[in-house]
Design a protein. Structure first.
Length: 260
């Protein structure tokens, strides 16, 4: 009888991984409690993109919300005046959730939700998604193919991999995802999420360990051009934030890309 089912599906486990796992179980036997929503009463889309990008986005006729999740931002764009919003999401239960939310909000005629589209758009918006894409280089090419000439991509994402909480669920304390092994963390996670994931990339939604530098290199190698990139510092680390420390002190990355 297997007395440690959390190790099922893993490759041979080292003693060091087992020791880390037991230490994680002692430090955090349950899921880390989420902090209260920082955007309560405010538009996260508007706040995170910034006023200039937000105004440019809502002035478009057709927008693709890439990685739309439950449709919150798609619905907001439709309510703000965008004539057609196409929310793309690969998880069917979130597509269903988004359609129901759009119906309740009275914008079903303006919003479409699907796993893919061949329709061209004026702009693509990607919120809190780039750290989750399994192949972000391929995603940039797809975004390029969705845009009309001179169309733009508005990107906002965080936390990056070296952010104190860049491990997302795996961040049982700041930078824990850099301290403990991937094997130990995934085994610990099995007590919270029973989906069989043995790698960061296999968790629901994915976690690709992207850094700011990697994002810049991916954009440079893509068919899109970088118009602007902003690294917003973590408030308490603002005095320490610079080009050398940005991987560890940046809260959110904002970027605007365009199709030549």
């Amino acid at each position: 009888m297997n007395t440690h089912p959390e190790w099922d599906s893993f490759a041979p486990i080292s003693r060091w991984d087992r020791l880390q796992y037991h230490l994680l179980r002692r430090i955090s036997p349950g899921e880390r409690v989420s902090e209260s929503c920082a955007f309560e009463g405010r538009s996260k889309l508007r706040t995170q993109l910034g006023e200039e990008r937000y105004r440019a986005l809502v002035a478009c006729e057709t927008v693709v919300d890439f990685g739309c999740g439950g449709g919150e931002h798609s619905i907001e764009l439709a309510q703000a005046g965008v004539k057609r919003v196409i929310g793309l999401e690969i998880r069917q239960h979130l597509i269903d959730q988004a359609r129901e939310a759009a119906a309740r909000a009275g914008v079903s005629k303006s919003c479409e939700f699907a796993p893919s589209t061949s329709e061209l758009c004026d702009a693509v918006v990607s919120m809190d998604s780039f750290e989750h894409f399994d192949d972000p280089a391929a995603i940039l090419k797809i975004m390029h193919g969705l845009l009309r000439p001179r169309g733009r991509v508005f990107v906002c994402f965080g936390y990056m991999w070296y952010h104190p909480l860049g491990g997302h669920l795996f961040s049982v304390f700041p930078w824990a995802h850099l301290v403990f092994s991937e094997t130990a963390l995934c085994a610990w996670r099995r007590h919270l999420r029973d989906d069989g994931a043995t790698r960061f990339r296999e968790v629901e939604g994915g976690l690709n360990q992207i850094t700011i530098g990697q994002f810049e290199r991916l954009v440079a190698a893509s068919p899109l051009e970088l118009q602007s990139l902003e690294c917003t510092p973590i408030r308490k680390f603002r005095p320490l934030h610079n080009r050398l420390t940005r991987e560890f002190t940046t809260s959110v990355v904002r970027a605007t890309l365009y199709k030549p």
